[in-house]
Design a protein around this ligand. Structure first.
Ligand code: SF4
Ligand code: FE
Length: 478
């Protein structure tokens, strides 16, 4: 069983996944500077769970075995569990200032738990029992699961089976007596290079003709035929540097996403949880999306807290902290962060019990939360740049500060208020730069689905006819 950060790193070292970074195969992800920050972030989900003061948020009692388990492997059994999930995410963000990746698989497991149950009721399939066995193993071994939803999708105007290349959506290419064979890829897979299993799910609602694409299955990332290609991030080279230029060096910018390729990967039947049931594909996608959108006010609210703290410090270091417009802008940042957090708590509080017994957040409010994140995090970052000043974008290198020839100039001219070292000021500016630009903003926009996918849900769940009816009653229109 994986308990400590050390156990986790050792488990990754032993896996020897087929990972590529910048064109080269990586033998050991645990010693590669591009991956260490992401591993450190994910490791926090183990480390914090061992602290007695976090027990209530970071652990839970398994409803399957009665054992104490890491909350990231738990199936929500109450509204309280849904709220604790959000509180837990904000707590971890405060330690990492970055994505810790493990929520995607957590949400995939909860979505599959509910949906396999409902599918079995209708189709008489045996997916739920199989899934519960898989879940028990994940809980007892405390493994990290990647939630594999997004397919590459090729030509977006065409259905999966209409694509020029049929592999652009992940599909079943063969059914055998003992299992199925999978081909295709999953894109933007958060934490994939430092996880243990991938839980693939259909990427969208499937209709007649797309049965081969309605597939859900759990696959160890060590399976034969899997290749992982790590994605490039903004500030990528900073992770390879030493000194203060790296910004949030220990934990990185975002989650660390990879393209995961399945080249005829065999999956035994006991790990298959959907195979052709097109009528449940849309439900699975929607539930996963809701469960993941629920999170964003927790994790991004927590990340925002660090940005706000960093910006407030920067203003103290440069003597602007008492200007009334600066104070007001920081207050506005707090308002924006608490607004997204309030959304996450609200959709959890308004959650409900599904047929399986698992609890599910309110989908309309969860979508609203994520939609606010696509705006508020940009606004928080805009205010951070406004308040911090242009210096954040033109700061000399760490090595300039350390240079025997020009270090004295950097020291002298980059100084702020008396009593604060120039290096201290540079450290906080680099942290703000790291946390408010490039890849982290795109993560807030497209992680858990792009803004348009939330607007589609507004259209479906917003109940416009009822709103029209209420207006008619007050206006006395027949
Ligand atoms: Fe979890 Fe947030 Fe990262 Fe998604 S972006 S995996 S919710 S920390
Ligand atoms: Fe995400």
């Amino acid at each position: 069983m994986i308990r400590t950060k050390g156990d986790y790193i050792e488990s990754l070292r032993q896996q020897k996944l087929n990972v590529y970074y910048n064109g080269k195969r990586v033998e050991d992800v645990t010693t590669h500077p591009a991956f260490i920050p992401h591993i450190n972030s994910a490791a926090k989900t183990y480390e914090l769970a061992l602290k007695p003061e976090n027990e209530d948020l970071m652990t839970a009692k398994s409803h399957l075995t009665g054992q104490k388990i890491n909350r990231f492997t738990h199936i929500h059994q109450s509204i309280d569990d849904l709220i604790k999930k959000v509180q837990m995410l904000r707590l971890i963000s405060h330690e990492t200032g970055s994505c810790y990746q493990r929520c995607v698989g957590f949400d995939a497991m909860n979505a599959l738990y509910m949906t396999t149950y409902d599918c079995d009721e209708v189709h008489g399939t045996k997916y739920f029992t199989r899934f519960v066995e898989f879940l028990k193993m994940i809980q007892s071994e405390n493994r990290i699961v990647v939630g594999g939803m997004t397919d590459p999708k090729g030509d977006r105007s065409k259905r999966p089976s209409e694509q020029a290349d049929p592999d652009l959506f992940t599909r079943v290419v063969e059914k055998k007596d003992d299992g199925i064979v999978i081909r295709g890829a999953k894109a933007h897979q958060t934490g994939a290079v430092n996880s243990h299993e991938i839980l693939i799910m259909p990427t969208q609602n499937m209709t007649k003709g797309d049965e081969a694409y309605a597939v859900a299955a759990a696959i160890p990332l060590t399976a034969k035929g899997i290749t992982l290609i790590f994605g490039r991030q903004s500030n990528e080279e900073r992770k390879l540097e030493t000194g203060i230029d790296a910004g949030n060096k220990d934990f990185g910018v975002v989650g660390g996403e990879a393209l995961v390729i399945f080249e005829d990967v065999f999956v035994p039947w006991e790990r298959v949880f959907m195979c052709g049931e097109i009528d449940f594909s849309g439900m699975l996608v929607e539930r996963f999306a809701t469960l993941h959108r629920q999170n964003y006010g927790g994790c991004k609210g927590g990340v925002s807290d660090i940005i706000i703290g960093a910006v407030a410090l920067a203003t103290q270091y440069q003597g602007t902290a008492n200007a009334s417009h600066i104070k007001d802008k920081i207050i506005e940042m707090i308002h924006l962060a608490e607004t997204v957090y309030a959304g996450s708590v609200a959709c959890s509080a308004m959650g409900s019990k599904t047929g399986s017994g698992a609890y599910y957040p309110d989908p309309l409010l969860a979508n609203c939360t994520k939609h606010n994140v696509t705006r508020n995090i940009y606004e928080i970052s805009r205010l951070a740049h406004d308040v911090t000043g242009g210096i954040m974008a033109t700061l000399p290198f760490d090595q300039d500060l350390r240079s025997p020839e020009i270090g004295k100039y950097v020291e002298k001219y980059m100084a702020g208020v008396e009593g604060v070292h120039t290096e201290t000021r540079m450290k906080i500016l680099r942290l703000i730069e790291n946390m408010t630009g490039g890849t982290c903003l795109v993560e807030s926009m497209h992680g858990a689905g792009s803004p348009q996918s939330q607007r589609v849900m507004y259209q479906r769940l917003g109940n416009l006819p009822q709103k029209i009816k209420m207006a008619k009653v007050l206006a006395k229109i027949e």
